[in-house]
Design a protein around this ligand. Structure first.
Ligand SMILES: NC(=O)c1ccc[n+]([C@@H]2O[C@H](COP(=O)([O-])OP(=O)(O)OC[C@H]3O[C@@H](n4cnc5c(N)ncnc54)[C@H](O)[C@@H]3O)[C@@H](O)[C@H]2O)c1
Ligand SMILES: [Zn+2]
Length: 385
């Protein structure tokens, strides 16, 4: 039986070291080269923006830098920045940073020169068009935002996070330059790589997974499982960091055709109300989410086991599924991600808020293979408290 499948992809993607020339080549193809160089304070401090500025100066490229975006921004913060940057007449955004920077840059690329705001896109993003070219240079490994059609913003009045979705968010150019993750601090590396792993595994086990999303999700899961602890324990292991960067990209591509579900849906209220970093809240919920889903996804988990650990081939389907779930718990532990919800200020009295809010994530939960009851969701939160 033939099946329909698709992947949505950025126009062009380069992987390697010293990729500035690729940026230069791309800018030469543009009529004008007025660049909004979009980044955040952490990236400036890490010294990753200076080489781009030097390159722009040497090549007479007009640019303006904007670095006020905060990690995991609210829609209000992005709207404020939109107003600020609208004073500058740019035709290209070069965004260098993690998911927070790239997501805000995506929204600005849709909204600049329009009368719309981020709030409008939260209500309906179906008709928006891209207003300028975008180049994404990820520095975490990572959200895969450079490959997705999503931008995530916090909605403070609802204490939750929300994903705005539009094909127009796909970038013109992506540079996966390993130089940008060589000095990525260990806690950020751990959290963002677990986020990437959850993209791959949730997409692989999702209701709407296809042969094409499965292909990239498996590639990503294999790269991340085999390299996350190595990259965490030995910062000089550049090959392991490069593998995480590529695995994270594949996770993003998988999202465009499949979708995250149980872990991300329950993660958003933890980010929205308690400001737990996205990768950390996913790490907290990952094992419990997979255990709850296991009856519906064990065949998929077993085939993931066959790809990532073929040496476990003699095990039964149940044993392989458990093996993968235990590996998830193992990498969270080995990368020392803080998982005690109480330390983040979450208590039993927050349970009802968390459950109500997670059940509101209907877009994500519609991708989940198992239909979740209120009791299922409550039990997951209880099990990680
Ligand atoms: N659009 C998507 O498809 C998608 C997918 C997953 C997550 N997200 C969103 O992305 C955000 C999280 O992004 P993130 O995990 O990449 O982190 P981030 O962008 O929030 O960055 C976290 C911190 O790390 C610093 N940092 C980043 N790279 C660094 C480097 N190389 N060296 C030193 N410091 C560095 C930043 O300055 C920042 O302070 C969340 O809002 C999440 O919801 C989006
Ligand atoms: Zn994520």
């Amino acid at each position: 039986m033939s099946v329909q499948a698709f992947l949505k992809l950025p126009q062009r993607v380069y992987l390697g070291e010293g990729l500035f020339n690729r940026l230069g080549d791309f800018l030469k193809t543009r009529k004008n080269t007025n660049v909004l160089l979009f980044t955040d304070a952490g990236l400036l401090k890490a010294g990753l923006v200076q080489p781009i500025e030097d390159y722009f100066k040497q090549n007479n490229i007009t640019y303006q830098i904007e670095s006020e975006i905060k990690p995991e921004p609210s829609y209000v913060q992005v709207d404020e920045l939109l107003k600020k940057v609208s004073n500058f007449d740019f035709d290209t955004i070069v965004a260098i940073g993690g998911g927070s920077v790239m997501d805000a840059a995506k929204l600005i690329s849709l909204l600049i020169h329009t009368n719309l705001s981020v709030k409008d896109l939260i209500d309906d993003a179906s008709q928006v068009k891209k207003q300028c070219a975008t180049v994404f240079i990820p520095t975490t490994a990572g959200t895969g935002s450079e490959a997705t059609i999503n931008a995530i913003v916090a909605i403070p009045e609802k204490q939750v996070k929300f994903g705005i979705v539009s094909d127009a968010m796909l970038p013109d150019l992506v540079l996966l330059d390993v130089d940008n993750v060589k000095n990525l601090p260990k806690p950020i590396l751990a959290a963002s790589a677990i986020d990437a792993l959850s993209h791959c595994i949730e997409c692989y086990t999702a209701k709407n997974a296809t042969v094409m999303s499965d292909g990239v999700a498996l590639l990503g899961a294999k790269l991340i499982f085999h390299n996350i602890v190595k990259a965490y324990k030995d910062p000089s292991d550049i090959k392991a960091r490069e593998a995480l960067q590529l695995g994270a990209f594949y996770g993003g591509v998988a999202i465009t055709a499949s979708g995250t579900n149980i872990v991300h849906a329950l993660s958003y209220p933890l980010g929205g109300k308690f400001h737990i970093a996205h990768g950390v809240s996913n790490a907290i919920l990952f094992k419990a989410g997979m255990e709850t889903n296991k009856p519906a996804i064990k065949d998929k988990l077993a085939s993931l086991c066959d790809t990532v650990w073929p040496e476990e081939g003699n095990k039964s389907v149940d044993e392989k599924a458990d093996f993968v779930i235990n590996k998830i718990a193992e990498v969270v532990k080995d990368t020392e991600i803080p998982t005690d919800l109480k330390k983040f200020g979450v208590s039993d009295s927050d349970l009802d808020f968390l459950v109500d809010s997670a059940l509101e994530q209907k877009r994500l939960l519609s991708h989940n293979m198992k239909d979740l009851t209120r009791e299922d969701v409550k039990n997951i939160y209880k099990s990680v408290m």
